[in-house]
Design a protein around this ligand. Sequence first.
Ligand SMILES: [Zn+2]
Ligand SMILES: [Zn+2]
Length: 214
Amino acid sequence: MAPHARLDHRNPLVFDTHELGRRPGALQRLTREISAPRDLGIQGVIGVPEGNPVELELRLESVMEGVLVTGTARATAEGECVRCLEPLELELEADFQEMFSYPDADDRGRVKAEPADDAEEDEDRLFLEDGLFDLEPVLRDAVVLALPMQPVCQEDCPGLCSQCGARLADDPDHHHDAVDIRWAALQGLAGSLEDGEKDEMSGAEAGVDEKQEK
Ligand SMILES: [Zn+2]
Ligand SMILES: [Zn+2]
């Protein structure tokens, strides 16, 4: 999307600041419930399903250079546990704060063509367009930051059995007899190795002792 593509006031993530006015210090609080746009979250990990309600609480403050927007988004995110792959839900609360600057505009509020040499400097800045601003990029960044990169169904989720893939949280006593037999064999082997090492060690120790005695 071009930086100054026209905003549509019917878009639920577009907000109008005309009521706020341009007098610095003016405040406006508002709430709005929207339907989650597509891909709101961390793709393939966890996110708010498209169409799910997102509760927005905004505080608009008129400042010299534009409108400072502070707010919170609340929604239910869905994903799956990275350890046991069980579906999980998470109550998401994402805070954000963003400045929407007044663009260099003519007296009718229309945006002038952006000078090429300013493009780099303005890359990360967001602008009001005809008194409107688009919260979507701000909401997206805030939601990604508020979500866990490695969601788990519970802090101590033991994950899946490496032998059969069973979910260990459902069955803490889960075990495999065949593996136990192999373990027993390995433990027996380990035991005899340890004995061997101990014998060598005591020999070595004896040697040291002998040297020290000299
Ligand atoms: Zn889990
Ligand atoms: Zn198993």
